[in-house]
Design a binder for this molecule. Sequence first.
Ligand code: 5RP
Length: 226
Amino acid sequence: MANDHEKEASARASLRFVQDGNIVGLGTGSTAAHAVRLLGERVRAGLKIRGIPTSTGTRTLALAAGIALTTLDEFQQLDVTIDGTDEFDPQLNLIKGGGGALLREKIIASASKQLVIIADSSKRVATLGKFPLPVEVIAFAEALVAKRIAALGAKVQRRQSADGKPFITDEGHHILDCYFGQIVDPPGLARVLSDMPGIVEHGLFIGMASVVLIATGDQIQEFRKK
Ligand code: 5RP
């Protein structure tokens, strides 16, 4: 699969941001999974790091890869986090949460000196919003929040698991996938959503990425925060 090849290539390119002794945030999703596996190879070759996973799924992968783990209880600052994205725009604003881990991902990103985003070429967009924006909500407030987001112009859908039941995040919440089409003012929308009672977190990551590494075939392009 071309995309998977690009995901692995971008993950490989991110390894140079990780130094001996680092506390490393481990992202979630198929691209981040490549980074976890490749970091595991480096650990077996002698690299000394401790990882903080952004989901239970990544925790399992990291343990299988032989990466020593730690927690935010022990370290409130991370040296670097490597994570994927669903979309990124020219300002390096992101939509994240396709894998349902946006809450822990944003917490870890906010505590990291550097957030390195890795992606295949399909994730680069001129304007965010084609990918539905994931919004993590408290189940009690779900209908109210869905109505308020719909009033902002989005088509809102509760995320479901394969068994037809509501998708439940690692922190026990539901996710609303919000189809905006085009988000012309990502920082403005982020503020509106952050102020809405019942929303735990949303998938707009504004000004958080330090660098985005995208692979197009074998070519890596690096975009830096201005
Ligand atoms: C998970 C995420 C992922 O990073 C995002 O969905 C990208 O996933 P993938 O690398 O599988 O395309 O935000 O919550």
